[in-house]
Design a protein around this ligand. Structure first.
Ligand code: PAF
Length: 283
């Protein structure tokens, strides 16, 4: 595996590979690599000749300085994991490399960025779409891979790529869960043992939602009431938002006829976790 820090070096390396007919799979990450990232890397490995992973903790997508400061970082561990998992090129730019002085350009996907996480994390998706647009322009992959755990991010990135006529195919990879159901996330490492245990109420509530919405016509309000009750049994878990939405538009639905996404954000202690599940007869 080759580790690259400069944009020009990555561009040159990839231009040579492309000229030799190699297809490029790209996995953008913020590091602290875990099994969720490994599922993205494995899919890229399966589909493409060359696998490029980026590690960049993107300041533009953090609405709170404390969140950026406490974001887990492990550059040496990440490099080892990437190497062990068949990554060809690991791109680790600095903040100055990505956002030099006099950086003024941002990409914003309207509407989809205003709901769910966008309603409580102002500027977050503007930061995500900006960095993803930059990374896609730099790496020019055939396919880029995103986890379905960040479902809203996946929908927004797909919209941006379609709207801006970008070339990459955007592929979503199913959420990886621990044995107790908790969706794997870099933020899980910030939970203490009690919080880690408390957090399992979130997937349990979502699985219950999936079970109750298996037939046509279940009211979204009923699903939300039951999920709130289930999560409410764990007093240390505080729901930030809970919505039942159309999987494409991310707008609230009144009832589940075919497929809907139940999306939740909750604080477990100081740690904010998000999760979602597709429900309905078509799910
Ligand atoms: O999902 C993430 O880790 C980040 O939002 C991404 C896509 C790497 C952009 O910084």
């Amino acid at each position: 595996m080759r580790e690259i820090h400069a944009i020009t070096e990555l561009r040159d390396a990839l231009a040579k590979e492309r000229a030799a007919g190699q297809s490029v799979g790209f996995v953008p990450t913020m590091g602290a690599l875990h099994d969720g990232h490994l599922a993205l890397i494995a899919k890229a490995r399966e589909d493409c000749d060359l696998v490029v992973v980026s590690i960049f903790v993107n300041p533009a997508q953090f609405d709170r300085r404390t969140d950026l400061a406490s974001y887990p970082r492990d550059p040496e561990g990440d490099s080892r994991i990437a190497d062990d998992n068949g990554v060809d090129l690991l791109f680790c730019p600095s903040v100055e490399e990505m956002y030099p002085d006099h950086y003024y350009t941002y990409v914003f996907v309207e509407d989809l960025s205003a709901v769910l996480c966008g309603s409580v994390r102002p500027g977050h998706f503007r930061g995500v779409t900006t960095v993803v647009a930059k990374l896609l322009n730099i790496a020019r992959p055939d396919i880029a891979y995103f986890g379905e755990k960040d479902y809203q991010q996946l929908v927004i990135v797909k919209r941006m790529v379609a709207d801006l006529n970008m070339d990459a195919d955007i592929v979503g990879v199913p959420t990886v869960r621990d044995a107790d159901g908790l969706a794997i996330s870099s933020r899980n490492t910030l939970l203490n043992a009690t919080e880690r245990e408390d957090a399992t109420v979130i997937p349990r509530a979502l699985f219950m939602a999936r079970d109750m919405a298996g037939r046509r016509g279940v009211a979204a309000s009923r699903i939300m009431e039951r999920v709130r009750m289930a999560i409410g049994e764990e007093p240390r878990v505080r729901i930030e938002y809970l919505n039942v939405v159309d999987p494409q538009t991310l707008r609230d639905v009144r009832q589940v006829d075919d497929k809907a996404l139940v999306a939740v954000a909750a604080y477990v202690g100081e740690v904010r976790l998000i999760d979602n599940i597709m429900v309905g007869p078509g799910a």
